[in-house]
Design a protein around this ligand. Sequence first.
Ligand code: SF4
Length: 306
Amino acid sequence: MGKRVDIKTGFLCNNNCRFCVQAHKKKFGNRPTKDIVNDLKKARKTGCTGVVFTGGEVSIRKDFFELLTYAKKLQFMTIQVQTNARRFSYMDFSKKAVNAGMNEFGPAIHGHIPELHDYLTRSPGSFKQTYQAIKNIRKLDIYTVTNTVVVKPNYRHLPEMAQMLVDLGVNQFQLAFPHPIANAHKNFDQMVPCVSLAAPYIHKGLQVGISSGLKVMAEAMPYCVMKGYEKYVSELYIPQGEIRDINAVTLNWEKVRKEEGKMKFSQCKKCRYDLICEGPWKEYPEKRGSLEFRPVEGKKITKILN
Ligand code: SF4
């Protein structure tokens, strides 16, 4: 897998998710085109062959198609757009994005019914648009990998959610345990589920996808809460990469994520997954403690076999 750059194009968004991890940056608005073009050029120089445009919401930018065209001109092989997908509900818009260079689509969808998704995005009508967008993009045969943030209001519905994604014909889906910063920190008690309560529903959701032949993953779920589903832990597959943000460049995201983002515990030393596990996002045990993370017995392993 090639090296990948995630470019945060700015922080304005037409949704307002209750668990948004970028909410505190909204005041910075969107970044100028020239800064993003510079990021693209620099990322090519450091050897990135894939780019992920993320935000905020990149598709509401006036220069959206221009940025895609530029990435294509620089010969990025994978050009993914992470998006709430609402603008892609218009087929003309979807076609234009594909023609400009988008060859991977990364929509975020957080509920299997409008009442749930729209409650979480605080944007009436957003489910209908995101759902239509996925249909449009699949009609154009673009690889589609969805992301669903697992929160208190939706975790019991993950199997239905997964079935909806199968029926929509997505290629891959990810269920992501929330990173409790920004809105997810502010609304922690309403949004962040107990990892041990959410885990069985995450497993059932993954199983729906697996049984239908989809590629599936769960993010920020340590191995001790993924019994039987260890090989679906996202961190095993996150490509090597860098993050280019408004005032910061992280050239080794894996290192920063492990050393500053995640947390391990004294009991981890006795766990068979200790050498490969990143642990949960550190803000979770800071709020709820570490008792849910029980070491798994056995000889220490250095890789998960498929
Ligand atoms: S190392 Fe710690 S967090 Fe990771 S699986 Fe083992 S007990 Fe859980």
